[in-house]
Ligand binder design. Structure first.
Ligand SMILES: C[S@@+](CC[C@H](N)C(=O)[O-])C[C@H]1O[C@@H](n2cnc3c(N)ncnc32)[C@H](O)[C@@H]1O
Length: 208
């Protein structure tokens, strides 16, 4: 039997005790990981990005530099308020309170970033989340997943476990796979409208 998804009370308690419960703004570990995440994006520029589980908006701020628009969201109102405050100078960012995957935004995206989020979901909810993600991605759109890879009591799976689930999703083609003992960072592309493998970075510039 699979464990149930992490309850609202867990996240509410985290944000009751601290504005930035995971010290995302301060830790060098997090800053380096965010820089690697953004560096792995295969396109210089995106039209519309979706970042579920944005917490206090640290990765959001970095994504804003590469995207015309970023829709960030979190299930906890306190996190949403902090992320809004920290991205207040970025007119291309909007932050909303949404519980995913049940509350899903309208429209499509050419970039979706799932960072340190999916290990809170039980098997059925994770499947539903990934199906909605692939369906909201435009053809040839980019999906980034990046997750802590150590066993943690609060997490239902690891970065390796999530990589297996993402790899099993129809309609996605792997582009990059960066594994460290601490985390797994992967980039997938959605297939073309005709169901084919999208061009790689070099091919898009006529190099290959
Ligand atoms: C560990 S933090 C990661 C923050 C950020 N993505 C990063 O990588 O720095 C996880 C965040 O996801 C949010 N979250 C967890 N489950 C969620 C869900 N089902 N829908 C929306 N947000 C969720 C939590 O409230 C928390 O702020």
């Amino acid at each position: 039997m699979t464990r149930p998804r992490t309850p609202a009370t867990y996240f509410d308690a985290m944000y009751r005790d601290a504005e930035d419960p995971w010290s995302l703004a301060e830790r060098w570990y997090e800053r380096r990981k965010y820089d690697l995440t953004v560096a792995a994006l295969p396109r210089p520029r995106y039209r519309r990005a979706f970042e579920p589980g944005c917490s206090v908006g640290e990765l959001t701020r970095r994504l804003a530099g590469r995207c015309d628009a970023v829709l960030a969201c979190d299930r906890v109102e306190a996190a949403v308020e902090t992320a809004r405050r920290r991205t207040a100078g970025l007119p291309n960012v909007s932050v909303h309170r949404l519980l995913l995957p049940e509350e899903w935004p309208e429209g499509s995206f050419d970039l979706i970033v799932l960072s340190e989020l999916l290990y809170y979901l039980d098997d059925a909810t994770l499947d539903a989340f990934l199906r909605r993600t692939v369906s909201a991605l435009e053809p040839e759109g980019t999906l980034v997943t990046v997750h802590w890879n150590h066993e943690v009591a609060d997490h239902l799976t690891t970065g390796d476990g999530i990589a297996r689930r993402v790899g099993a999703q129809p309609g996605l083609v792997p582009l990059a796979d960066h594994r460290e003992p601490d985390f797994v960072l992967q980039v997938h592309q959605k297939t073309t409208a005709g169901g084919h493998r999208p061009a790689g970075v070099a091919a898009r510039e006529g190099l290959a």
